[in-house]
Write a protein that binds this ligand. Sequence first.
Ligand code: ZN
Length: 372
Amino acid sequence: MRQLYSGKNPYIFRGEDGFFLKCVRDNIKNQRTSNSTYEAILNMSNFQEEALLSEADLHKIPVLTSLFFKRNNIITLNPDEVKVKATSSGTKGLQSQLAFDHESYRTGLIMAYRFFSYHKLISGMPTNYIVLGYEPSKHNEAGAIKTAFGVTKFAPAISRVYVMKDTGTDYTLNIGGVEKALKRFAAMPFPVRFVGFPSYLYYLVCELKENGIKLRLHKNSKVILGGGWKQFTDDAIDPETLYKMVDEYLGIPRENCHEFFSAVEHPLPYLKCTYGHFHIPCYSRVIIRDVITFEPVEPGVTGILNFVSPLVGSMPLVSVATDDLAIFYDHRKTPCTCGLEADYFRWVARAGVTQIKTCAVEAAERMEGANR
Ligand SMILES: [Zn+2]
């Protein structure tokens, strides 16, 4: 299985044909024998992994939704086999409980290393980090926090300054501290990386603008965003407007700004290309489903975003529907102008599941509170 995640080029799998399908079948078989809830779900749908004869059959795997993970604890492992735990959102609202075993975790690390090396985001140069999110803490296990912290290991950290600072029991907005740190970092001969939610970055550059501060950070400085644009407020920030502000107030050019898509129930990375497309690595497949019937739709049609991947062995995460609407494109029929020969999806919107509060929603609410 590890072979699927350890190639140098994340978009081309050089192993045997049918390997992805074999890994998916093995994953389902293991989950079936070790997780009685999942076994019941498979039986209810009369699903047999032997029915997966080609990748065109992947849509037949019963799909678990992120809401399902928020309402059910469906971890396959014994507690002593758990390497990393994560939850889906911040401190409020319904949360998914996720657990990863040692093997899935290690394979995930190798994958992340390969993927980010390929995209030239791994660097040996000491770097100062501004984390556009929460400080890791014992009282919060949100996956987004762990992801952001993981990203601060792509280049050796001199220091990490958090927009949401841990007070021991809660968080406090630390924009003043970040501004001070930025002025210090600008005088140092090292790059700065901004990692986390776009909403915080927007808030930060607005503050700089208001205070008349323009910085020229080291030329290798980077912005690495994740967590989406539209779910935190009705007034979506236009990414290109934000990148222009980042260039003006931080001195980081557009080509050093990157955006990723990932989900706590599907902890794999998708990098947005210059043309706004998330290309799909060989690690996973994407199925888009009709919002009402849940049947797969044709490329080019909007629907629910469903990922299939055999990465995680500690939970039945093999086929997961997110709360997002997206469009899938077959790169052979609709090549992307960026030139990357891999299928891709375009993110459209969050599906209308208003009761689910994500980290980003909470971030927006906190910022409103802090502005008052
Ligand atoms: Zn592209």
